[in-house]
Write a protein that binds this ligand. Structure first.
Ligand code: SF4
Ligand code: SF4
Length: 188
């Protein structure tokens, strides 16, 4: 693995900001790479989980916010489950995603940031994800209305997607979480 570090504006601050947001101690990582080996998308991205952590440890700057794993990560938490030091790498990706959006460093190409926003909007509104509204809203954003529509009847038939919005979630509690995250971001 060859790691190229181009220090830009934030340097050490990026590592600290990620540690603070994700609640992790990156100095605990000893590069065993169990996270990378278990990650289902590691072969599709430029830098696998362990390499991202190493780059942060070495003082990578804002260039790390361009890394494709931020938007390719499935949030499956396999990396977290496999880590012998219980380092929550999925949380690290969430932190990098948040900082990338705040700094406007999200990659302009690709629809992952749009999908992420639409997903979070439904969670904020209903306390849980509402797939149907999320997909309609996402398609309106992309303009690709007919992509994958042939899968819709099968998903309905197999109970993979509900027509009605989700019920029973504690919306106020979820809203408080969103508000707390927002104010935490402003205080940094
Ligand atoms: S949470 Fe993301 S980084 Fe971790 S194993 Fe899953 S896809 Fe890979
Ligand atoms: S599994 Fe944990 S200790 Fe091993 S490289 Fe990944 S984050 Fe570091």
């Amino acid at each position: 693995m060859t790691i190229r570090i181009k220090k830009q504006s934030t340097g050490k601050n990026l590592c600290s900001a990620v540690e603070q947001l994700a609640g992790v101690d990156l100095s605990l990582c000893y590069q065993c790479k169990k996270c990378s080996i278990g990650c289902p998308v590691s072969e599709l991205v430029a830098s696998a989980p362990a390499e991202i952590i190493r780059r942060l440890q070495l003082g990578a700057g804002d260039e790390l916010l361009q890394t494709d794993l931020i938007w390719t990560c499935l949030s499956c938490e396999t990396c977290y489950a496999r880590c012998p030091n219980e380092i929550n790498f999925a949380g690290i990706i969430d932190a990098l995603r948040t900082i990338a959006l705040e700094k406007g460093a999200a990659k302009p190409e690709g629809n992952s940031p749009l999908f992420n926003r639409r997903f979070l909007n439904t969670v904020k509104s209903y306390g849980r994800t509402y797939d149907l509204q999320m997909i309609v809203s996402y398609k309106l954003g992309t303009g690709k209305y007919m992509d994958d529509v042939e899968k819709f009847p099968t998903m309905l038939k197999k109970g993979k997607m509900a027509i009605l919005p989700p019920m029973g979630a504690n919306k106020n509690k979820v809203k408080r979480i969103f508000d707390a995250v927002k104010s935490k971001g402003k205080s940094r």
